[in-house]
Design a protein around this ligand. Sequence first.
Ligand SMILES: [Zn+2]
Length: 201
Amino acid sequence: MVLNCMKELLEEGDADPWVRDICQIEEEIRVPIVDLSLKEVSKRIAKAAAEYVIKAREQHESVGAMPVPEAWFRLPMHVDDSWSSRIINQCRSGNLLLGNRAKNRLGEQYKYCPWCEETGRIQRLSEVHVILECGANSSLRRRLSILAFVVCVKQRQAGLSNLRILREYLGQDGAMVGVLKQRGRAISSMVECWFQEVAAI
Ligand SMILES: [Zn+2]
């Protein structure tokens, strides 16, 4: 009966706002909805939504380090109320509150890394820079085995950009929950160290 109602509505044309919504969905899943089972419609909508997210990630560098989830639309295993989980998620969404997008805890906002600028180098401030590149926390990077991780990834896949390496570090490499949380703690230490160095300039 619902299907018949829908067919009738669709025959009426696109004046009805519900019909316009359905037409939009049909455009996304590239097939008339009434020709599919409910299960198939749901599957195709999920696929179209995932494609949309991946496309959006390509267009916005700030979320470029976000890994593709193992299972879409399901809470990942590492997500809980712990701060290590929060740091991982903040980093995945490209917002470690460094001051590159809005004022940071020091009340400052920068386009370029202030520590590198002080040493005569112009480096865009980003999560990738602070975790993988900046000289302000390079010895901690080594101590926390982040550098060893980078070397290992580069040996496996030569030519990978630092953005892609950070994506691996944030879970794209299939790391288990415990390892991922450990990385969250390492990222937090790297950020704290960077802030200390910047505050001391
Ligand atoms: Zn720097």
